[in-house]
Design a binder for this molecule. Structure first.
Ligand code: FE2
Length: 157
């Protein structure tokens, strides 16, 4: 019974790991292709995000092996149109962050109840991902009233 539960959980954590690996690739890529007078702080922001995704990936990989599973080397697909404006990049990042937050929240419901350490791990990751979503939303806003528009037009959701 426990083996069966662990298999499902390992599969779910490997899905998360693929997405965190893709986030590392995506954020580093964005840090390389960002140009213009605001490049300095944006490079720092993208690389800080890549580091946070690395921290999540390490947590996931270690948990997978602790459960007796094998961590994936797969990387989820990263959008690569060649050229992107800063806004394009941040919109892509916001979309990915929202999807990851949704996935972790779904997994918390599925696995959290019978497994306290997993519940706490997912809750912590959810706190981080929520902050990432909020941060990307702020990069796309110019005023405090913009959030309504950002959520309403669905462009980024
Ligand atoms: Fe994130």
């Amino acid at each position: 019974m426990i083996k069966k539960i662990n298999e499902k959980l390992i599969k779910a954590l490997n899905e998360d790991l693929e997405k965190e690996m893709a986030a590392i690739v995506r954020y580093l890529h964005h840090s390389f292709i960002v140009f213009g007078p605001n490049r300095g702080p944006l490079v720092q922001m993208f690389r800080a995000q890549a580091q946070e995704a690395t921290v999540h990936a390490i947590k996931l990989g270690e948990k997978i092996t602790a459960l007796g599973g094998h961590p994936t080397v797969k990387v989820d697909q990263v959008f690569e149109p060649g050229h992107q404006t800063i806004e394009d990049m941040i919109e892509e990042d916001l979309k990915a962050e929202r999807m990851q937050l949704e996935l972790y929240t779904k997994q918390l419901k599925e696995f959290g109840e019978e497994n306290l350490p997993i519940k706490l791990m997912l809750e912590n990751v959810i706190i981080d991902e929520t902050m990432h979503v909020e941060e990307m939303e702020k990069y796309l806003r110019t005023t405090n009233e913009d959030l309504v528009v950002l959520n309403k037009n669905g462009k980024n959701g």
